[in-house]
Design a protein around this ligand. Sequence first.
Ligand SMILES: *Cc1c(COP(=O)(O)O)cnc(C)c1O
Length: 379
Amino acid sequence: MKLDTKMIHAGAHPDPSTGAIMTPIYQTSTYVQEAPGVNKGYEYARSQNPTRAALEEAVAVIENGKFGLVFGSGVAATDAVIKLLNPGDEVIAANDMYGGTYRLFMKVFEKFGFKFIYVDTTDPANVKAAVTANTKLIWLETPTNPLMNITDIKAIAAIAKEAGALLCVDNTFASPYLQNPLDLGADIVMHSATKYLSGHSDVIQGCLVMNDAELRDKLYFIQKSCGAVPGPMDCFLVLRGIKTLAVRMKAHCANGEKIAHWLKANPKVGKVYWPGFTDHPGYAVAREQMRGFGGMISFELKDDSIEEAKRVLSSTKLFSLAESLGGVESLINHPASMTHASIPREKRIKDGLSDSLIRLSVGIEDADDLIEDLAKAIG
Ligand SMILES: *Cc1c(COP(=O)(O)O)cnc(C)c1O
């Protein structure tokens, strides 16, 4: 089945009780049993819910995986993966990634005895060099948030396999429409479904997809035991969002390409970070493992003062100043003070995330309107 068809039909079965084409919102906490222990596969909604089950099937299908699990947020999905580990286990993670993932690792989990080692994963040799006998998990993001660095998933999967460690890829930025890490050897794919999967900035949700049944059972046990499950209404919204993922991603990619090139040609703009530029260091790998370059772009201004960045950030009209990404409407964000404020400044600067960096989530409005908005703001 072609990708565009799959996005619409993934997990969609007419409701068995009425034939409703859309999976209903099963707003219930429990299910009546015919006799003690005799039920229809549903006992209590923390463990099972039909709306969630439809979405879990859908996310598995669109990520070319066997099993999906959906959580109350992206970080809750990440939290579940880390709970697979034991004290003393080591995690190798990308040095440039979502600030909330870093915060979860360092401020919540480090004190339980897990060790997190950060390396520049764009060079697989750095990952290989960091492997020890205690390495149990490699955590990747590609493209990264917000510097759009590209890591070769296949190369890291080979290192993980040799180390006997799991590889989990946060695929939020690419979306399953542009990249499928399981096909490249990852063990788990994680998404903040809040972003492109939902696509309409109206829900907080996360998911995991995997192929291994034993791994699925372990993660399901954590999901059920720790309870970070989403409500059925949110599952319905994401199911609906996935139906338009193909058309939205095509529009995000087309607008992203136009705006990235426009920014690059603007004399007031400094470095532009977008993996579709042929001179981007990750271009060859991105072309190999992605089907498009997406709508996320970061850039610096030639005048790299924080004041100038703040002036531009406050001047756009169509690009709303807000955290988050992946919705139909365009957003502009200042990673240093917003999404990545939880990363110490020293570490941020060392990893290339300057105070003046501006991140765009390019929406699906008309590209000319978006460019006009940026042109006025940049001045
Ligand atoms: C937003 C985001 C997360 C966290 O997801 P939430 O749904 O906000 O909990 C994780 N990774 C990336 C890349 C994100 O953009």
